[in-house]
Every structure is written in structure tokens, then in C-alpha cells.
Design a protein around this ligand. Structure first.
Ligand code: SDX
Length: 423
């Protein structure tokens, strides 16, 4: 067979042909190789799933070597330039860009699900003033499941759509509320007259006494474009958490809480906050060589650099750099930008980083913009979670409708004690 793999088991002399489909073989076929009839058969060992496809998906395509990212076939550069975040969220969930009437219905449904139950305020009041916003967000998203018992009807398409509206609509409200709680400020309710991202910035920043407050439209557009860039990224750790928890048929709020928790990690979405702390610790261009030395000695990671898939420049990082210039026109340039640019220049010309294919990823410049916009560092990953909610829900929705999917339950290679008896 042309598209096939012939493998011979030298233990038994048995050979098998494996059909190659979509650039892969079926791992289950390896179980045919047995030393004896009662042998379990061969497993593939792939810690951290470095070379394992967990699913088939039509949502997002990444070519790590060429630095390509497409949502439903559309290049990220074109979506960032020509569409808004809600249109892109519709695209991720439905597979096509919305028509005018589809967009109006989609926007209406999300807008009218931005309010959260008043109990949420009591829930948030339980957190100390210095609680980390991501800890509050993970908890609040999980708590949403306690209000919507209908969310357990995950095979009812109408119920899934309703939970999708609720989660996309309410996540910015929760984010703004938990920020206002940490600042000791009163909550600002959503305003159904405002577009999604403008409404979020208003809930975040509106001074209670200032009834005419409006966020700067340039900043609204910049954040909306950043939301597009962060909306999905195929089978990253948090999307895998969403799919894994979803495969047990848990409700989507519990799945989204698990995904948000995975995003919190500093190797994943938490990196944007760590980049700022790293740049602040470096403090000046003169101290960059010392940092590079420590990285080479493996004493620290260069946060915002490297990627499991991209072995070239993250296409999102290029766009983020352009957005930075637009934001700094309004906010004034963030002094950390010069350190970041010099750090990138040095790293990209250094064989250590080149040989390991370490390029800036989406998190390297985003935090500099968020800080210039006035967001505190510990809210940066919350700003990642808001748009990624649509990507997580698209992955969850696709997984539930995939006939090849069942409960996610990897195997292991047991390397512990053989049977022994309690003395
Ligand atoms: C996101 O998966 C996604 O798509 C995620 C994401 C999304 O949109 O969902 O793109 C968002 O999470 C971006 C990544 C943000 N994280 C960071 O910026 C944290 C710093 N980056 C590293 O932790 C790391 O690059 C990862 C976690 C992103 C990727 O790790 P891998 O693929 O497991 O790579 P690795 O750890 O095996 O590294 C390979 C080599 C190692 O050196 P050697 O053992 O070969 O000598 O590269 C080195 C690593 O030490 N390396 C780094 C490094 N990243 C990798 N060395 C210094 N600094 C780094 N940042």
C-alpha cells in the first residue's frame, strides 16, 4: 500500500502494514504486536503528548515552521485587520463568518447574557482584597455552574448554545467585577448599548461618579484585536483541559473553570504576567546580557519566548507589536518596550536561542500593552481568558459532536514495584 507504514516486530517476526491517514497512523493498531496471545500489546509512549494527535479538528490550523495561524481557514492577519472579536468568536463556534443578520442575532444573544446573578457579588466579597484575579476567575466561572442546572443537558443543542452565550457574555463581567472588588470599587453593571469590548472596558474603568465616561476608541479597538489574536490556538494545554473535562460529560462551566486553571500556569497564559515581572527585574538594557547568561545557564526561562508548535516567529507576536505603536500614541510609550525590543534583538541574533528555535510568542509584547493601558500585571492572564473562552467552547462543542471521541483516559507505563506483600 502506498500510504502505509510497514512495521516488523523482531520479537516475533510478525509484520503489519498501517494505513497512513492525515499524516498519522492509528495508535490502537500497535496493540496487534504481542509477544504472546495473552499479551496486552504495544503502547506508544509520548510524555506531554509531544507527538500525539488527540482529536481531529476543523477549528484552527497552525504551521509551526512557517509561522502560520488560521481560524477556520482565514489567516489571523486578515481577521485581525478586517473583523471584530465577536465576529471571530462566531466564526470559531459556527465555522463561517456571520452574515449581517446572523451577527445581529449573535451579538444580541451575547449582550443580553452579560449580567451575572447578584449572588456573584457575595461570592466575590469572600475573597481577600489581594486575592489573585485568576484564582477569583477560576472560582467564579465554576460557581456559574451552580446557577444554570440546565447546563448539564450537554447533548441538547439549544442548551449548549445558551451556555455558550452565557459564558462568552459573562466572562468579561466577572473579570471586571473581580477587578473592582480588588480595588474596593463598586461594580459597574454591563450596558447593553455598548459593543462587547467597549462594555468590558467601561465596567473595568468607569468612575462611579462619572456618568459620561467612555473608553478611548483606539484602546477599545486595540484590545478587541488582541482578543482576536488570543481567541483560539488548537490543542494547547487549556484547550486540552477543556476537552478532557468535557469528555466526562461535565457541564461547560466546570470545563471552562478547568481550562481557565490550566491557562493560569506561567508556562501557558500566565506567561504574559511573568514577562512584565522579568522586564521589570531586568530594569535596563545594560542588564540584559546578565539575564541572557542566566538563561543559558538554565537558571531561568526567557518568559514570552519559545513555543511547543511555533519554531518560527509567532504570527500573533508580530501583530501585537504593531498594536503597541497604536496604543502608545494614546498612553505614551511604555519604558519597558525598549528593554523588550533590545532583549528580542539580542536573543534573535544569539545561536543559543536560534538553535533552540526560541522566538517571541504571543505573550512577549501583550503585557507591555496591557500595562500601558492601565491594567495591573495580575489581571493580564484574565485578559487572555476572556477571548479564549470562545475558543475553548468551540473545542468543547466540536468534541461533543465527534463520534470518535469518548472519555479521555490515557494509559501509562507502570515502572513501579512488582507485587509484594505487606509484612
Ligand atoms: C502560550 O500551546 C499553545 O498554543 C499555547 C499558546 C496559546 O495560544 O494557547 O500559544 C499560549 O502559552 C504561549 C507560551 C507562553 N509561555 C512562555 O512564554 C513561557 C516560556 N516558554 C517556555 O516555558 C517554553 O518555551 C514553552 C512551555 C512555551 C514550550 O515548551 P516546550 O515545547 O516543552 O519546549 P521545551 O521546554 O522542551 O524546550 C526545548 C528547549 C529546552 O532546552 P534543552 O533542554 O533542549 O537544552 O528550549 C529551551 C528548553 O530549556 N527553552 C527555553 C525556553 N523555552 C524553551 N529556554 C529559555 N527560555 C525559554 N522560554
Amino acid at each position: 500500500m502506498a500510504d502505509s507504514l510497514s512495521i516488523k516486530d523482531n520479537r516475533t517476526g510478525k509484520s503489519l502494514d498501517f494505513p497512513i491517514q492525515d499524516g498519522s497512523i492509528q495508535a490502537m493498531d500497535l496493540r496487534e504486536f504481542k509477544k504472546s496471545s495473552d499479551d496486552f500489546g504495544l503502547l506508544s509512549y509520548d510524555p506531554s503528548y509531544m507527538n500525539t494527535a488527540s482529536c481531529k479538528s476543523k477549528i484552527t490550523y497552525i504551521d509551526g515552521d512557517k509561522g502560520i495561524l488560521r481560524y477556520r481557514g482565514y489567516p489571523i492577519e486578515e481577521l485581525a485587520e478586517k473583523r471584530n472579536y465577536l465576529e471571530v468568536a462566531y466564526l470559531l463556534l459556527n465555522g463561517e463568518l456571520p452574515s449581517k443578520s446572523e451577527y445581529e442575532e449573535w451579538s444580541h444573544n451575547i449582550t443580553y447574557h452579560t449580567m451575572v446573578h447578584e449572588n456573584t457579588k457575595q461570592f466575590l466579597e469572600g475573597f481577600r482584597y489581594d486575592a489573585h484575579p485568576m484564582g477569583m476567575l477560576v472560582s467564579s466561572i465554576a460557581a456559574l455552574s451552580t446557577f444554570y442546572h440546565d447546563a448539564k443537558n450537554i447533548f441538547d443543542e439549544h442548551s449548549r448554545k445558551l451556555q455558550i452565550y452565557r459564558l462568552i457574555g459573562k466572562t468579561p463581567t466577572l473579570a471586571a467585577y473581580l477587578y473592582r472588588h480588588s480595588q474596593g470599587l463598586p461594580y459597574i453593571y454591563p450596558n447593553n448599548d455598548l459593543y462587547y469590548t467597549e462594555d468590558f472596558l467601561t465596567m473595568m474603568w468607569k468612575p462611579p461618579a462619572n456618568t459620561s465616561y467612555k473608553p478611548d476608541p483606539v484602546l477599545v479597538k486595540a484590545l478587541d484585536t488582541l482578543f482576536i489574536l488570543h481567541a483560539d490556538h488548537e490543542q494547547n494545554a487549556s484547550a486540552s483541559a477543556m476537552r478532557g473535562v468535557g469528555s466526562t460529560h461535565a457541564d461547560p462551566y466546570s470545563c471552562a473553570a478547568a481550562a481557565t486553571a490550566a491557562l493560569y500556569g506561567p508556562l501557558h497564559g500566565g506567561a504574559n504576567e511573568e514577562v512584565l515581572r522579568m522586564l521589570e527585574e531586568i530594569g535596563s538594557k545594560e542588564k540584559i546580557p546578565e539575564t541572557i547568561r542566566q538563561v543559558k545557564e538554565k537558571k531561568k526561562l526567557l518568559m514570552g519566548f519559545g513555543h511547543r508548535v511555533y519554531k518560527n516567529y509567532d504570527p500573533r507576536a508580530r501583530i501585537v507589536k504593531k498594536i503597541a505603536d497604536q496604543v502608545f500614541e494614546i498612553t505614551g510609550k511604555n519604558r519597558l518596550l525598549d528593554i523588550a525590543l533590545e532583549l528580542e534583538r539580542i536573543a534573535l541574533s544569539d545561536d543559543y536561542f536560534i538553535s533552540k528555535h526560541l522566538y517571541p510568542n504571543v505573550d512577549f509584547y501583550s503585557g507591555i500593552i496591557y500595562q500601558a493601558m492601565g491594567f495591573p500585571e495580575d489581571i493580564f492572564t484574565v485578559l487572555f481568558a476572556i477571548p479564549r473562552m470562545s475558543g475553548w467552547l468551540a473545542q468543547w462543542n466540536e468534541m461533543l459532536q465527534d463520534p470518535e471521541q469518548k472519555i479521555a483516559r490515557p494509559r501509562q507505563l507502570y515502572v513501579g514495584y512488582p507485587e509484594r506483600h505487606v509484612p
